[in-house]
Design a protein around this ligand. Sequence first.
Ligand SMILES: *Cc1c(COP(=O)(O)O)cnc(C)c1O
Length: 578
Amino acid sequence: MVQEPVVAYFSMEIGLDTSIPTYAGGLGVLAGDTIRSAADMEIPMVAVTLLHRHGYFHQRLDEHGHQSEEPVVWSVEESLERLDLRVTLEIEGRPVEIGVWRYHVTGVTGFQVPVYLLYTDLPENAEQDRPITDALYGGDAHYRLCQETVLGLGGVKMLRALGYDQIARFHLNEGHAALIVLALIEEQLAAKGDGGSVTSELVEVVQDQCVFTTHTPVPAGHDQFPGELVRRVIGDQRFEWLEPLTGDRVLNLTELALRASRFVNGVAMSHRESSLEMFPGYPIHSITNGVHSRMWTSPPFQALYDRYLPDWRRDGLSLRYAINIPKEEIWAAHTEAKRALLEHVNRETRSNFQQDVLTIGFARRATAYKRAYLVVRDLGRLREIAATAGRVQFVFAGKAHPRDYEGKEIIRLLHQARDEIRDDVPIAYLPNYDMESAKLLCAGSDIWLNTPMPPLEASGTSGMKAALNGVPSLSVLDGWWVEGHVDGVTGWAIGERGEPTQEFDPKSDDSAAAALYDKLEHAVIPCFYNQRNRFIEMMRYTISLNGSFFNTERMIWQYLHRAYQIHRGQRAPDGVGP
Ligand SMILES: *Cc1c(COP(=O)(O)O)cnc(C)c1O
């Protein structure tokens, strides 16, 4: 018997499984981890997203690092269950039929959270409407708006058609899901029966149902659409219903969500600060992201935790006690995780990585602000450090969005650096970064590197995956690392924490690179080679302080307690809540 869901979690992308390529990066992986933890914790939740039948692409790299994109072949039929249910939504004055597939995420106790994936590729639909749900982050503004209409308006409609009429909270992730608000307005108007108008009381009823998490720290990352386009897609009537919340010139989905939600949060404390700057006047809170502990812990560390902290699979806080695990055993588990990574790297990239050489990992979307190039900015300096302080090898991975030409250029640049420095500092670029390779990379590196341009890393989560495996971070102070770093204990900071700014400063690359080289030369490399005991102690602190905290289990407790507050909701069933 499945409990009545009280939280409906909406996200444009959800990383359900490596074999289901309906995610592009951090947002999708976070959504997947959230749902996995909700299932573990038996939180009555349902999730809604789009099917993305074309998936996010398969990345191919030639020897010079030129990326080409290939469609991912995956079998929807084998991965998901098709439900015999349709809803109809009017888009551009045409009726668009929406169908649905279901996937169950099963938690440690067998509890399941259903995920509904909407699609419009139905023969009944007009040619131009059939591909609406096919491509994740493809197409132009019009395509995106149609997708967001299907997700928000279609999603709520579908949940009702599925019989979920007791949902206490809708969790809007990113502006993409903001048209949920419109669906809830329509429901209220319909309940009143007289057509009516969007009064402030009505907005309050909607607000009570909505929780909004923003994930983007720069204005350009927030979807907005010209009023005319919105009118055309959703129709005049609906556009007018939105007007009290949005004005009539542009539809900024983040602002819509901000105005219509009872609780709004950024995804790290520093992200809250930059969000407050961007959207002054809104009470924006912070709930820092996490990762799903079991999913991201490598098999050797799983076995180790099973032996010493047998409750860790149900209770992520148990990892606090990793501080008592003997150091030799931490090192043995790490050695095994590292071997698995190096075997993979050597096989996939025909490199010759050595087990005893300090291995630094860097994997994330290839896009300008992540600055993967920082560590190869001065090859002379890097070569000298390797020759004097100690040997080091780097493994990179990451896809560039098909139209992110800067991102593609960064991948090419890293290949060029690899060829130039080949004899002194081995560099490998693993193609087709996905959740599977992320597991190997985050667990098997000795150090996890992150060099974003502050404040653009809203949170970042791969360093948290590394922490679960005792891998310390070497990172610029941005996103979660502002909270997670204790210099010389859980890793190292690169540079100081600057004032949050929305502007690129080209000089900051030089100073960040210099700070990175200094830390490598004087702190990281000597610690790894000459103070192995201390290094392993740092690994233990990393698990104990950061692995135990930066997980989605803690994150969901915070959402329950501060955002969902189901126990206070009028419509929530008895006995549910923190
Ligand atoms: C964890 C993960 C990300 C997000 O990592 P960041 O550190 O937030 O950039 C992106 N892609 C994949 C495949 C991941 O597993």
